[in-house]
Design a protein. Structure first.
Lengths: 114, 111
């Protein structure tokens, strides 16, 4: 049982490049989330999904797109990276029978945009 | 939307002392309040949570209190140890989705 995993762990992009971050969970969770963490600002919700095939905007969605084609995977895309998107990105999942509220986080992806 | 404020931003205590971190929230519909601990370079990990139908919850050296009327909740750590040193985040949500986090408290426990 790996829990929540994220790939890649690190990435450096040039301004204007695109990339996709992959989140996978093996806990059969219904809900999945993408957060970004910047120094001194806590974690901010980018997008989230309450089930396969659904997505919704969070607090800071601009410049990002997401897809949830399979229940266990949640993808975060950056179409044209900007230096302001330099951050640590965390994926999380939640909602299963018995533990509906607890969010479990992945190890994070450190992204630098130059 | 929900807004969560957390204080203090840094807290330094001597080993064995108690530490208290306080958070306030704005949305009266919020009913779930977790606390996460994040060590340097690691993922946030849930250490304790409380739902709005209780006023206090305790787990060994850690306790959380909730005042729904005043819209604030607090984390209490007793008998602090050096391994308690980390960043602590509070959060609030309605029914566990869409967590809104505070900005974090850097706790340092000095031996």
């Amino acid at each position: 049982n790996a829990g929540v995993t994220q790939t890649p762990k690190f990435r450096v992009l040039k301004t204007g490049q695109s990339m996709t971050l992959l989140c996978a969970q093996d806990m059969n969770h219904e809900y999945m989330y993408w957060y970004r963490q910047d120094p001194g600002m806590g974690l901010r919700l980018i997008h989230y999904s309450v089930g396969e095939g659904t997505t919704a905007k969070g607090e800071v969605p601009d410049g990002y797109n997401v897809s949830r084609l399979k229940k266990q995977n949640f993808l975060l895309g950056l179409e044209s990276a900007a230096p302001s998107q330099t951050s640590v990105y965390f994926c999380a999942s939640s909602y299963s029978a018995g533990k509906p509220y607890e969010q479990y986080f992945g190890p994070g992806t450190r992204l630098t945009v130059t | 939307g929900e807004n969560v404020e957390q204080h203090p931003s840094t807290l330094s205590v001597q080993e064995g002392d108690s530490a208290v971190i306080k958070c306030t929230y704005s949305d009266s519909a919020s009913n779930y309040f977790p606390w996460y601990k994040q060590e340097l370079g690691k993922r946030p990990q849930l250490i304790i949570d409380i739902r709005s139908n209780v006023g206090e919850k305790k787990d060994q050296r850690i306790a959380v209190t909730l005042n729904k009327t005043a819209k604030h909740f607090s984390l209490h750590i007793t008998e602090t140890q050096p391994e308690d040193s980390a960043v602590y985040f509070c959060a609030a949500s309605e029914w566990g989705s869409r967590l809104t986090f505070g900005e974090g408290t850097q706790l340092t426990v000095n031996p």
